[in-house]
Each structure stands twice: as C-alpha cells, then as structure tokens.
Design a binder for this molecule. Structure first.
Ligand code: GLA
Length: 389
C-alpha cells in the first residue's frame, strides 16, 4: 500500500482538490462535502479517556471528504494518500486492517443510528500528515460523518457526531482513544484552545498567546510499531487503577490516594494523570492571565511526566525536547498526542522560528542521521464553525 506525502493547502484549495478528485474518480461533482481540521493539544495528554481535562485547538491542516449516495449497496472509497480505489459489495462487518476502515466504521455507526441507507461513493483528500499525532484519524472520521449526514440529508447534534466517531474508532478500528480529537475537529475556534472537560463534554474557549508567539510542530518521522497496542495497554492500566481504587474516573483521585495502589507502575500511571489534570488547570489560568511565559514550565513538566510516569515518549521525542530547551526563543516544548513517536509541540517567539528549526534539525541529524519535519500551524475553527453549540 503506497503512502503519498501530503501537500499543504488552505481550506478552499482543499475543497477544490476534492472536487477534482471526485470528478476524476466518480465522473461528477460530489453532492456533499465536509472538511474537518487536525489538532494540537496544548496540554492534557492521556487524560481524556479517564474523564480528565485537555486543552486542544484545531489547526490549519485538514481532511476533506466528498460523498455521493448510491442506489445499490456498493461502497467505493478513494484517497489521495493511498493508491488504489476500494470497492466493497456492502459495509463489511469487521475491520480489514486497511486505511478505509475508519470510513467504513463511521458509515456502520451511522447506519446503526439512522437505519439502512444504501451504498455511497466517497473521495478523501488531505494535507494532514498521517501518524504524526495530529489526529488525522479523528479529522477523517468527523469529515466522513458530516459528509454522509449531508449526503443523506440528515442532521445530528455535534456531540452525537463526536461520540459516534469515537465508537467507530474504539469498536470497529480497535483503537480505544478518548474524545478529545473529535471535539477539537468539530468545535475548535480560531485563536483559542478548548478547555475541555472530557467527562461532562463541556468546554470553554480560552484565548491562546497572540501574534508574537507561534506553534511549531517538530515531527520525529518515527512511529513505533507497537504504538497502537501500547496506547490500549495504557488505557487498560488506567481502568485497572480505577477499579482498584473504586472510582469511576481517575478524575476523582488525588495524589494522596496513590498509596492505595499496590503496583508501583500503576501508581506512576495515575500520578501522571492526576498531575496532568492539574497542569491543564494551571495552563488555563495562565492563558486567561495572558501569561504565555508561564506555559513553558508546564509544557516541560508535562513532557517529563509522560516520559517517566506514563512511559509513552521515545528517544527521538526526548532529544527534540532537550534540544528545544536550549533555545532561548522557545517558551516550552513537549511530546504531543498518543506518543511512541509523532510530534513535539513547541511554543516559541514568532521571530527566530527559522533559527529554531535550524538548531533542532542540526541536533537531531547529529543524533539520528535524519531530519525532523516541521509544521508551522495556525489555530482555526472546527468543522462546525466558530461556535457550533
Ligand atoms: C490520541 C487519542 C486521544 C488522546 C491522545 C493522548 O491522540 O486519539 O484521544 O488520548 O492520544 O492524549
């Protein structure tokens, strides 16, 4: 299965690319189109699936999906990132271990919720890197759900779309992820992060540092083979700790409760979650005070906790964070997303970004004989616009 590299384009250009891809593949324009963004997460990592707090923001990298319903049950899916169109006689009952699984999983969940709707032709185009921890999966699922809903002339509240996409990812695809990615893709707001309570699914937009600062992603271009299995294992460990402590969510635990856990490993996992939830609260306070500098130590502490307590970092991520800490124009840096590879997120002064990239590149090449990839990202509105509530 050949993977093609993405080329960057803004939302309207991507919509245009989608129209031509659909035209080429299916001989007409797509009657329904939806575009959903990827995300960064300022802080609050591996907290969403235990009812915790996170601080994601949608970014200007997207997945666009075009859909045309069919009268028969056939399903055709094409993607600009993978060669070869997928043709299925109907929606398969189980995952096939294929890139098209997410589209099928979402379509199956929608069919469950709405009743049988028949087949469809779908084209996907994207400028969001896959496997870099920027939620290309969440964006693909949200865009697929919204395009199918539009094609079938049906509406669904955003929160239900988010939960349905999560069910597709957890059940059909088999990655037991939380809800952060879907909420960011749907409800993100330009210039803001969402202070997200993953238990109540309530959030508040919090203004991010202004134009003197920039978000930079340094992609290790490494994804370790066991990342998906290790992610599910972490979630299982959190669930076991919850059971042992008799709480519904780790959200209800304090650092004083750690002694109740028999295994040191579980204590470390829970210590990460509890301390990370605290760091999200502190980061939200700092943002509200417009104190960008205060984010630096919080990002740094989050990285150390993910590395030592939650054990989801990698030597490549650690090296980039270490290099970033030596650069005076970098406010803070940490690994971002599920971990075991992917990206480091940096908050830096906008002036001097070229130099930051240069310094990180040099150090990384020295250690690993390869260059990291950089993405300078802007925060944008989610798929439902400025305030989809
Ligand atoms: C992945 C998952 C999210 C979240 C992060 C870690 O991106 O999709 O739900 O758990 O990892 O914070």
């Amino acid at each position: 299965m050949a993977v093609r590299a993405p080329s960057v384009s803004a939302r309207p250009q991507l919509a245009e690319r989608l129209r031509s891809a659909f035209l080429k593949g299916f001989g007409g324009p797509p009657p329904a189109v939806a575009i959903a963004p990827g995300r960064i997460n300022v802080i609050g990592e591996h907290t969403d699936y235990s009812g915790g707090l996170a601080l994601p923001a949608a970014i200007d990298r997207y997945v666009a999906v075009g859909v045309r319903p069919r009268r028969d049950g056939e399903v055709n899916i094409s993607s600009d990132r993978f060669s070869g169109r997928v043709t299925l006689a109907g929606l398969p009952p189980a995952r096939r271990g294929h890139w098209s699984d997410r589209v099928v999983g979402v379509a199956r969940e929608l069919t469950c919720a709405l009743g049988e709707r028949g087949g469809f032709d779908a084209a996907i185009v994207s400028d969001l890197p896959v496997g870099a921890g920027l939620s290309s999966s969440g964006a693909l699922e949200v865009a697929t759900a919204m395009a199918l809903l539009a094609a079938w002339r049906t509406e669904m509240p955003g929160r239900e779309i988010a939960l349905l996409c999560q069910r597709a990812e957890n059940g059909f695809v088999g990655a037991r992820t939380g809800i952060m990615d879907e909420i960011a893709a749907l409800y993100g707001r330009a210039g803001n992060a969402l202070a997200l309570d993953c238990r109540s699914l309530e959030w508040e937009a919090v203004p991010l540092p202004g134009s003197r600062f920039a978000w930079l992603l340094a992609d290790t271009r490494v994804k370790h083979d066991l990342a998906a299995a290790a992610y599910n294992e972490r979630r299982q460990e959190c669930e076991r700790a919850q059971q042992l402590m008799g709480v519904a969510d780790l959200r209800d635990v304090t650092l004083q409760d750690l002694g109740r856990l028999p295994e040191p490993r579980l204590r470390r996992r829970v210590r990460h979650v509890v301390s990370e939830n605290g760091r999200v609260r502190q980061a939200v306070d700092a943002l509200r005070r417009r104190d960008a500098a205060a984010l630096g130590p919080l990002l740094q502490a989050s990285h150390v906790s993910l590395k030592d307590d939650f054990e989801v970092s990698s030597t490549e991520l650690d090296r980039l964070v270490e290099l970033a800490s030596q650069i005076s124009t970098v406010v803070g840096a940490r690994m971002m997303g599920g971990g075991f590879g992917g990206c480091v997120l940096l908050l830096a002064h906008r002036d001097g970004l070229d130099q930051v990239e240069e310094q990180l590149s040099q150090g990384y090449v020295q250690t690993f004989q390869r260059r990291p990839e950089f993405y300078r990202v802007r925060t944008v509105d989610g798929a439902l616009g400025g305030d989809g509530r």
